[in-house]
Design a protein around this ligand. Structure first.
Ligand code: ZN
Length: 222
């Protein structure tokens, strides 16, 4: 029996959970997925199932018979494997954020250095991954219209604080927007009120529509 979870906007589709469980995501994508899952008990249950399915698949695809030497060698390797290390203690503050992100940052969002990237928008770069992948935090003032853009790859945006909307879709803390090349003229509108802080990973540069945006793009590194 599998738990029925309706695929709803803002929750990551199963295939990403399966890829995460299989260790097939980049480190940056894995951090975003682990943080997203940290908000949703239903996704934690789905992930546990995906891990079971992955384990069952491995068992089925293992050779039916192993000779005794190979078996003993395998058991010796398992015995010799080090105990998994205890997770690092959580830094103080930001109790509203899931543990994977707090551990990764090792400090609070407010204590990070934020660089202005445009009117009402600041960023904090976290990491560059393989193939032009970028992991960063966006901090946008309430009421800001994000620059209109298309996507050459996949853009994951996980909302941590505040909220934004795209058309009639509303994204609040814990919800994730996945936008691929099929999403054109993408323009998140930050809701009025507190700053909206998002964890973003893109695997290819976005394509900004405005000339000024394209001119500053190399400098802000998106
Ligand atoms: Zn986008």
């Amino acid at each position: 029996m599998t738990t029925e979870v309706k695929q709803m906007p803002g929750l990551l589709p199963d295939e990403w959970l399966v890829s995460y469980a299989a260790g097939a995501l980049t480190e940056a994508q894995a951090l975003v997925v682990a943080t997203h899952v940290g908000y949703h008990p239903a996704l934690q249950a789905r992930l546990a199932e995906a891990e079971d399915i992955g384990g069952a698949f491995l068992e089925e695809s293992a050779p039916a018979q192993m000779d005794d030497d190979a078996f003993e060698a395998l058991m010796a390797r398992i015995d010799a494997a080090p105990e998994p290390a205890a997770p690092a203690p959580l830094p103080a503050g930001d109790e509203d954020l899931p543990a994977p992100l707090r551990r990764y940052l090792g400090r609070t969002l407010d204590s990070l250095k934020w660089r202005t990237m445009g009117p009402g928008m600041k960023q904090h770069k976290l990491a560059n991954g393989p193939g032009g992948e970028r992991l960063w935090l966006l901090r946008a003032r309430g009421g800001t219209a994000m620059p209109v853009h298309d996507h050459r790859g996949t853009e994951f945006t996980l909302i941590l604080r505040g909220s934004y909307h795209v058309g009639d879709q509303h994204f609040t803390p814990g919800l994730m927007e996945v936008a691929g090349p099929e999403v054109k003229d993408h323009q998140p509108m930050i809701d009025e009120g507190e700053d909206c802080i998002c964890l973003v990973v893109t695997d290819a540069p976005i394509r900004l529509h405005s000339l000024i945006g394209r001119m500053v793009q190399p400098f802000i590194g998106l």
